[in-house]
Design a protein around this ligand. Structure first.
Ligand code: MG
Length: 370
């Protein structure tokens, strides 16, 4: 089987309301997403998505994906989409680094592989585990009262796991936010405070130790670099989850060797697609990490790809997954894919990813390579 055509769409996706993180340093109102369709000489096609959640969240940006696809197109065309590791090695030779550029292509190839095998992608990623996948809310930074209200609204939608955005130079403000949200939780709810790298190590140690008397909660990516997070790890007690400082398998091996964390976020669009995210997931299983398996952002297409990986991850190692498309105004595949249903979701049973975007909703392609 050979890839004969790459079609690329650019989507400008407004968020249903502005989203603040990293102590208000970073604000998002719309997302730049790239949708890719691969057509093969066997008549099977696959869909993938690249969405880096704006330009300020990761070393990645939407136009970079489309420029990178133009660079990679000669390498991708003529390749067998079912030979995922071979194709990933070829892409890494043709364009070293830039994992976010390759994610949409890799995800579309998994869609094709699933359709060719007549199996859902989660079965090809190791097999569907029992039970649904828990979903978690994402609570934008705000005043303590605003955050309590947002958690309550998420609770009303069925979420029992919350990811609250905190972080900034205002130490007393962060302690107040954390104490207020912790005090508002009901029995059975769990929480992560995601700092999105906003704290210096001294601030992280001060805040985390100040709130250590509350019920257990995770703290995510407290500081910018892995070394800074390792320093925090050695001077605090709460479990730490790493996210933005992890880009390669090397990073994960180093984090484990340094005892930097008890868990990681596994995001196909940060790591370069499902092939590399699966490798990281399996490493995480071998070292006993707990993982949030989800994507960086985007439509139901990116979310569903990540949920296939989540659903093939054992429950003991699988924390909740965020459903990013819940924050969007537009829907490119109504009724399809992995959706939040009262705090839970599942990978579709259909062959491949199980999402067929509405081409009318995508508009005109911005590029086609043959
Ligand atoms: Mg995070």
């Amino acid at each position: 089987m050979k890839i004969e055509c790459i079609t690329v769409w650019h989507l400008d996706l407004p968020l249903s309301k502005p989203y603040w993180l990293s102590g208000g340093r970073l604000k998002f109102e719309r997302l730049d997403s790239t949708i890719v369709r691969l057509d093969t000489d066997a008549g099977i096609h696959g869909w993938g998505e690249g969405c880096p959640w704006g330009s300020t969240y990761l070393p990645a940006f939407g136009r970079g994906i489309r420029a990178g696809l133009e660079e990679l197109a000669p390498t991708i065309l003529g390749s067998d989409p079912r030979c995922l590791d071979v194709l990933n090695r070829k892409m890494d030779v043709a364009l070293p680094g830039h994992p976010y550029v390759k994610a949409a292509i890799d995800i579309a190839c998994w869609d094709i592989l699933g359709k060719a095998a007549d199996l859902p992608v989660c079965d090809l990623l190791g097999g569907r585990e029992t039970g649904d996948v828990l979903t978690n809310s994402s609570i934008s930074t705000g005043t303590p009262d605003e955050m309590i209200a947002t958690v309550a609204a998420a609770r009303a939608k069925g979420y029992s796991v919350h990811s609250c955005k905190v972080g900034g130079a205002d130490i007393a403000g962060d302690i107040a936010r954390i104490e207020a949200v912790m005090g508002s939780l009901v029995s059975g709810e769990r929480i992560t405070f995601d700092v999105n790298r906003a704290w210096t190590p001294g601030v992280a140690i001060e805040v985390m130790n100040a709130v250590a008397g509350f019920a257990p909660s995770w703290f995510e990516q407290p500081c910018e670099t892995m070394d800074q997070c390792i320093h925090v790890r050695r001077n605090t007690r709460q479990p730490i989850m790493l996210d933005e400082c992890l880009h390669s398998m090397d990073d994960h091996v180093r984090a484990h060797g340094a005892g930097a964390c008890e868990g990681v976020k596994v995001k196909p669009n940060r790591l370069g697609g499902l092939t590399k995210a699966r490798q990281v997931r399996d490493f995480g299983l071998s070292v006993g990490w707990q993982m949030h398996v989800e994507d960086v952002g985007g439509t139901v297409l990116a979310d569903t790809a990540a949920i296939h990986l989540a659903h093939s991850t054992p429950e003991a190692n699988r924390l909740a997954s965020w459903i990013g498309h819940d924050h969007l105004v537009d829907d490119i595949a109504p009724g399809q894919g992995s959706r939040n249903q009262a705090g839970r979701t599942a990978a579709p049973d259909l062959p491949g990813l199980g999402v067929e975007p509405d081409v009318q909703a995508l508009g005109e392609p911005v590029a086609r390579y043959t």
